[in-house]
Each structure stands twice: as C-alpha cells, then as structure tokens.
Design a protein around this ligand. Structure first.
Ligand code: HEC
Ligand code: HEC
Ligand code: HEC
Ligand code: HEC
Ligand code: HEC
Length: 182
C-alpha cells in the first residue's frame, strides 16, 4: 500500500514539477533583462576597474582638484581620463610599496595605458560638450553626484533627455533639438 501511494503521488506530481520548471525557464530571460537594464542605468557599485582607484581617497580626502586629472573638461567635449604619467607624478614615491601601486608602476614600465571601464555613456546621436558646461560654471556634481565620496565612480543620474532639457530650461540654455542632436 505504502509503495502504491508513493508511486501514485510521484506520478501525480510529475506534470506539476514540469510545469514549474517551464515557468522558471520562462522567468530566466525576463529576470536577466530586468537585471541588465538596472546594470545599464543607475549602478549601485560602479564597474570593477583594472586598478582599485578611489575617488574618495584622491578627490575626497586628499582634495585633489577634479580638473587636475580630468584636464580637458574646460577646453573640449570630453573631460578625459588621466594618463599613467599623471598618477606616477605622485606614485613614483607615494605608497610605492602597495601592491596596487606596484601594478600601476608595471603599466608605467610597459608604457601601457590603463583600460578604465566607462561609467557614463550617452547614445551616439547625442552631442555633449563638457567645455560648454564647465565654462558656464555648472558644477561636476550636478551631473555626476558627490564623486569625492565614492570609492568607485558609479552612475547616479540617468542623464536622459528630460533631465538635460529640464536644466536647460531653468538655466536658459538652448532647447533646440539640433543643439544636442546632429
Ligand atoms: C597628488 C598626488 C596623487 C596623484 C596624482 C595620484 N595619487 Fe594615488 N594616492 C596618493 C596618496 C597620498 C595616497 C595614499 C592615501 C592614503 O592612504 O591615505 C594614494 C593612494 C592610492 C592608492 C591606494 C594605495 C594603497 O594600497 O593604499 C592607489 C591604488 C592609487 N593611489 C592609485 C592612483 C592612480 C591610478 C592615480 C592616477 C589616476 C593616482 N593614484 C594619482 C596621491 C596621489
Ligand atoms: C587623481 C586623479 C583623479 C581625480 C582628482 C579625479 N578623478 Fe575622476 N577619474 C579618475 C580616473 C583614473 C578615472 C577612471 C577610473 C574610474 O572610473 O574610477 C576617473 C573616472 C571619473 C568618472 C567616470 C568617467 C566615466 O567612465 O564615465 C567621473 C564622472 C569622474 N571621474 C569625475 C570626477 C570628479 C567630479 C572629480 C572631482 C570631484 C574627479 N573625478 C577627480 C581620476 C581622477
Ligand atoms: C551637464 C552635465 C555634466 C557636467 C556638469 C559634467 N559632466 Fe562629465 N559627463 C557628462 C555626460 C553626459 C557624460 C557622458 C558623455 C558621453 O557619453 O558622450 C560625461 C562623461 C564624463 C567622463 C568620461 C568621459 C569623458 O568625457 O572623458 C568624465 C571623466 C567626466 N564626465 C568628468 C567630469 C568632470 C571632472 C566634470 C566637472 C569638471 C564633469 N564631468 C562635468 C555630464 C556632465
Ligand atoms: C545642471 C544643468 C545642466 C544639465 C543637467 C545639462 N546641461 Fe547642457 N548646458 C547647461 C548650461 C547652463 C549651458 C549653457 C552654456 C552656455 O551658455 O554656453 C548648456 C549648454 C549645452 C550645450 C551647448 C548649447 C549651444 O548653445 O550650443 C549642449 C549641446 C548641451 N548643453 C548638451 C547637454 C546634454 C546632452 C545634456 C544631458 C546629457 C545636458 N546638456 C545637461 C546646463 C545643463
Ligand atoms: C539638452 C539636450 C537635448 C535637447 C535640446 C534635445 N534632446 Fe533629444 N535626447 C537627448 C539625450 C541626452 C537623449 C538620449 C537619452 C534619452 O534617450 O533620454 C535624447 C534622445 C532623443 C531621442 C531618442 C529617444 C529614444 O527613445 O531613443 C529622440 C527621438 C530625441 N531625443 C528627439 C529630440 C527632439 C525632436 C528634440 C527637439 C524638440 C530634442 N530631442 C531635443 C538630449 C536632448
């Protein structure tokens, strides 16, 4: 009897568990799309970079000016990321025994640029110019948040068209489609 009941219930359960599995399989692409779209936009962590560079240490505690490293922000469309040489200006002597700084030294010895992963990235049909904003004294923080408090830079604002246009209206900058789209 015991045996019988066991096999009956096993038989009865089979279609149910198959349905469950199908439902789960159906959920996987949905979940990964949901996760990917989160990762694309407001990232909570920021990407894992080739060297554990901390804005909290450099821009926060040491108060190194943003434009000491992002030196094209005032004069061109892109802000630019510092060369290894800029880092070595300090790290030839500072913390030269730390494993992370030794890794930096190896890039320098090989004359190899560091392939930092991008955090912010607008679609190609949009033109963005740092110089126009920096010269109009729009603070970096208005778009990038309090970077000096971040261990790893992460995207804190979507920077959607709505956000751009909203500030442009407030600050009487152009809302002409062709100002931002070519
Ligand atoms: C103005 C000087 C200066 C510049 C420029 C600079 N750093 Fe630093 N960095 C420091 C100082 C000082 C510390 C130590 C801070 C502390 O521990 O409180 C440090 C710490 C570090 C550390 C952590 C070391 C450890 O293991 O504790 C890393 C990694 C690092 N810097 C990488 C970089 C990289 C990469 C660049 C270039 C993008 C750079 N630094 C540019 C001064 C500088
Ligand atoms: C000592 C050099 C240094 C200083 C000072 C510094 N940065 Fe950076 N910044 C870097 C490096 C190196 C990267 C690339 C690695 C990373 O994302 O952490 C970077 C990346 C960034 C990014 C992400 C770029 C992307 O990929 O989209 C932003 C935004 C940024 N910095 C803003 C700032 C702001 C704002 C300040 C001042 C509060 C500042 N940085 C100060 C070196 C610096
Ligand atoms: C009005 C908004 C705004 C302001 C102000 C602003 N940024 Fe940006 N930043 C952006 C956008 C949007 C991108 C992405 C651009 C793209 O993908 O074409 C970006 C990208 C970057 C990048 C990575 C790509 C690059 O341009 O080299 C860095 C580094 C950066 N910003 C640093 C800064 C610093 C430092 C300041 C202040 C001096 C600043 N930004 C001020 C909106 C802004
Ligand atoms: C926090 C406010 C603010 C935000 C956010 C902002 N901007 Fe601006 N933007 C300005 C100001 C102020 C000017 C005017 C500069 C001037 O008068 O030269 C400007 C100027 C510009 C210009 C030059 C316009 C011209 O007259 O040729 C472009 C292009 C531009 N912004 C694109 C963007 C894009 C794209 C975004 C969103 C990713 C954006 N801006 C987000 C404040 C902002
Ligand atoms: C101040 C800058 C700015 C102005 C002005 C602006 N746009 Fe945009 N637009 C953007 C940015 C940034 C994006 C990309 C981010 C997004 O999709 O929100 C975008 C995206 C778009 C897209 C693509 C949307 C999508 O879903 O992919 C269209 C279409 C567009 N804009 C049309 C226009 C038209 C039409 C005008 C004039 C009425 C205009 N834009 C004015 C900044 C601007």
């Amino acid at each position: 009897m015991e045996q019988q009941r066991w096999s009956a219930s096993r038989k009865g359960r089979r279609p149910a568990s198959k349905r469950g599995r199908l439902a789960f399989v159906g959920l996987v692409p949905f979940l990964s799309v949901a996760l990917l779209s989160c990762a694309n936009r407001l990232d909570l962590e920021g990407p894992d970079q080739p060297i554990a560079f901390s804005h909290k240490t450099h821009a926060g505690q040491l108060k190194v000016d943003c434009q000491f490293c992002h030196l094209y922000a005032r004069r061109s469309a892109s802000a630019g990321v510092p060369s290894v040489k800029r880092c070595m200006g300090c790290h030839e002597v500072v913390e030269s025994d730390s494993p992370a700084v030794r890794k930096l030294q190896e890039y320098w010895d090989r004359k190899e640029p560091i392939a930092w992963k991008k955090v912010y990235d607008l679609p190609d049909h949009v033109s963005f110019f740092h110089d126009r904003h920096v010269r109009a004294e729009v603070p970096c923080q208005d778009c990038h948040g309090d970077v000096g408090a971040m261990e790893r830079v992460r995207q804190v604002k979507d920077l959607t068209m709505d956000e751009c246009v909203q500030c442009h209206r407030q600050q009487k900058a152009s809302v002409d489609c062709l100002a931002c789209h070519h």
